[in-house]
Write a protein that binds this ligand. Sequence first.
Ligand code: S3P
Length: 432
Amino acid sequence: MKINNAAVMRGNPNLPADKSISHRAALIASLAEGQTMIENFSASADCASTLACLSELGVTIERSDDRVLIHGVGKAGFRQSAGPLDCGNSGTTMRLLTGILAGQNFDSTLTGDTSLLARPMARIAEPLSKMGASIVTTHGNAPLRIRGSSDLHSIEYRLPVASAQIKSAVLLAGLFAAGVTTVIEPVPTRDHTERMLSWFGTEVIAEGKNSERHISLKGGQKIKASQLRIPTDVSAAAFFMVGAACLPGSDISIRNVGVNPTRTGFISVLQRLGVSIQIVDQTDQCNEPVATLRIQGGIRALQSNGPAIIEGSLVANLIDEIPILAVLGTQLPNGLEVRNASELRHKESDRISSIVKGLGSMGADVKEFDDGFRVSASRLKGAEVDSHDDHRIAMAFAIAGLLAEGETQIQNAECSDISFPGFFQILDRVVM
Ligand code: S3P
């Protein structure tokens, strides 16, 4: 994909449905008794992987355009799949589904593409084994061999890493356990699983205790079929918002965006840097807050002595936005430093390395740390950059290409379909 320098971004792009919420909607609707119609379901390849696995497990799914009708089979209604379940590139599919399969009375094998097979899975095997399932990893990775049990026991589990996927796997397994399962989060992570379970009539109690969150649910609860509509993906919007912020004179409005506070940390960062972002018409849609976002271009960063810093508990909130925030960092007078983000090394690619290499080849002054990087104010030059088959890296460098002098070429840019089919066409329509 070739990208050239742009002057401004203008328009009201229609952006894709939230990937995280779509996964949860499909998984939980499958466990419900009765039919659930999901409107505005994500067209991403990752969410297609979730639907394909659910079909293999005996769930009937009808899909037309962005509507998905799930014929829920109830918590005990899954049947053993004929072969290994292929989660493709999707960590959310693999980790959340493992939580559910831990509670089934049959064996399953979960596999995925080369990137997914390199990602850490002991982090879910450990708590789910404590609950009584047998989860055998391949040297800590997938393929995973799961021997489920309908007789799981509840646990109280403190998350060793800030991860919504681990939290969700334990909570979903907790639906099949005797007693109350509690996950303790030292750092808050996205709470879509909790909200979705409540939307489907399950009682989930979240309370704050000494700066931690304790999330509990009682096993054996029924899940009631429901209807829902998925909001626009705020993580997809982030690419357009940062692009517009960096191009003075830009004016972009995006409707119906999910503005769940566990996902909007990057918006606060942009606002702190003096970017004009208006959040209007906020309402509640199926237990998730949604709003229209309007971004007017131009960064009016307050003078400070050092780089803008992203660290500590903020990192989990904006973990998926760090590649695009790195691009923003090149446009800030004192640059940007990201710390405490070693989790980035376990995403679809080693994102610290992918960012540092890509920005470096575009002429940016960037330094790599074990747990992050620092990027200084830089004039970007068009270059050939590798997406490392990582959708968020491909899209971040597309925005970098709009800011760079000359032409930027992104290798394997089509991997953006993992979360955002049509990204390049939609981008093309708003840049001038
Ligand atoms: C996700 C959680 C995050 C995020 C991923 C989606 C989810 O991963 O990076 O893109 O839907 O729960 P971790 O839970 O591994 O931090």
